[in-house]
Design a protein around this ligand. Sequence first.
Ligand code: ADP
Ligand SMILES: Cc1cn([C@H]2C[C@H](O)[C@@H](COP(=O)(O)O)O2)c(=O)[nH]c1=O
Ligand code: ZN
Length: 189
Amino acid sequence: MFIEPSLAGGRRGWIEVICGAMFSGKTEELIRRLKRARIANLKVEIFKPGVDTRYDEHNIVSHDENRIISTPLENSQQILLLAQEVDVVGIDEAQFFDAELPNVCDQLALRGIRVIIAGLDMDFQGKPFGQMPFLLAKADYITKLHAICVKCGNIANYSFRKSAAQDTVLLGERDVYEPRCRHCYYEEP
Ligand SMILES: Nc1ncnc2c1ncn2[C@@H]1O[C@H](COP(=O)(O)OP(=O)(O)O)[C@@H](O)[C@H]1O
Ligand SMILES: Cc1cn([C@H]2C[C@H](O)[C@@H](COP(=O)(O)O)O2)c(=O)[nH]c1=O
Ligand SMILES: [Zn+2]
């Protein structure tokens, strides 16, 4: 379990990344950390890419219907304008943001802000997704979560796409994706 370093005293500001396959619990873990920050009376702002309208236009919603209000954005630079006077910034579905996001996160951390990012580390082809590898390289703290493989019950790092669509971005749920372990991802039809 992630234990938050203290924001009090000294040089503040750091980057946390929560990554893993679909259904691994990234959004639940992001919501948990953000709710704890609010319990600690910290000022929290939460952002998601405008493209992610799957469950709700404004809320971040987990597969189990946990939710927290967020601001949908067109680009990552907007975070610098909107995150004034805050202690903690949460960002969900980071894989969909533009190439400026790692730089934006650095700037936020330099302002003394705790930045918590959740995103898919791999796309359906098993390739690094969007800016996630750069965010992982810059992160001070990384949490890699695992789903359960729907084929064999092992831990799952891969998001298997059940359709033939080849576009990298294809929003979806259980209807389109299932979490699989390495063996079932590469060896099973
Ligand atoms: N195969 C699976 N493995 C793990 N969790 C699953 C699976 N299928 C459904 N879930 C549900 O998904 C929840 C995680 O949802 P969520 O936090 O939205 O994940 P993520 O953001 O990583 O896609 C779990 O708590 C569990 O109830
Ligand atoms: C693997 C993969 C996923 N997506 C989409 C599908 C969902 O809308 C999100 C991931 O959501 P989650 O919170 O991690 O469950 O991303 C995609 O567009 N392309 C892919 O390759
Ligand atoms: Zn498996």
